[in-house]
Design a protein around this ligand. Structure first.
Ligand code: UGY
Ligand code: MN
Length: 248
């Protein structure tokens, strides 16, 4: 790579939030994954209670592994095609395809073309006797619901509204010029991947430019909002911990 003198970056890491543009996140080797470049987007080392990765997998690469008995996972295909065996059932996933694996999941994933995917793992917090079941879907087939009565602002909830689940994975679509109707402040955290478009994200007490490919971690109680500035719709996929009381 050519020398470039003093370099700059939009990356920001604060106590309770972070913005990571993709270009600066160094790759890690995950020993369970073959022919895979992993970027750890957030982790307990940052303050998050979950881990989220961006994985780039060469054709033929992938993994065969079992999660710890108390760890669940979610994966979402950004580009390419994957063959997935999830607890003994086979699936094919293309762009927009997603899968939820219950705690202790055994799975095999193989890239059938150059593959980019988001992978998230979180310790499952049980409630009562209900337990979440595996789920495989395609975001294109999930209908969007109008958010807070604002026509055109659409929210897709990829996981069921079922108390057995302790997490949500949602996709927001904002037409140009639309915004979240308030500055939210809440105990839940987010891991947000910007799928499309660009805009201004309010975090803490400042507005920052964000665009497709960026990742944002929002810890508990970080004031947050979004304003879409691109001429095409802006879309982001985000994680949220839900359905559980606060642990004391
Ligand atoms: O569900 C949420 O908390 C969502 N409205 N937050 C966000 O988009 N930053
Ligand atoms: Mn929020």
């Amino acid at each position: 790579m050519a020398q470039s003198g003093r370099v700059v970056s939009r990356a920001v890491v604060r106590r309770n939030y972070a913005i990571l543009p993709p270009e600066g996140v160094a790759t890690s080797v995950l020993p369970e994954w073959r022919d895979t470049l992993a970027r750890v987007l957030t982790a307990p080392a940052m303050g998050a209670k979950f881990v989220e990765y961006l994985l780039e997998i060469a054709p033929g690469g992938g993994t065969q592994q079992s999660l710890r008995e108390d760890v669940q996972m979610f994966l979402f295909v950004l580009d390419g095609q994957a063959e997935l065996d999830l607890n003994g059932k086979s699936h094919r996933l293309g762009p927009g395809g997603f899968a939820y694996g219950r705690p202790g999941t055994r799975f095999t994933l193989r890239a059938s073309s150059p593959l980019r995917l988001l992978w998230l793992k979180k310790v499952y917090v049980p409630f009562g006797t209900g337990r979440p079941a595996d789920l495989v879907g395609d975001e294109a087939k999930v209908p969007g619901e109008t958010y807070m009565g604002i026509d055109g602002l659409l929210l897709k909830t990829l996981l069921p509204a079922d108390l057995a689940f302790d997490m949500a994975m949602n996709i927001f679509t904002f037409p140009p010029g639309y915004s979240l109707p308030m500055i939210e402040t809440h105990v839940m955290e987010h891991g947000l991947y910007f799928l499309q478009g660009q805009g201004l994200y309010y975090l803490g007490e400042t507005w920052s430019d964000v665009k497709a490919g960026d990742f944002i971690w929002m810890g508990p109680y970080v004031p947050q909002s979004f304003y879409a500035t691109s001429t095409t719709p802006s879309r982001y996929l985000y994680y949220k911990d839900v359905n559980r009381d606060v642990e004391l």
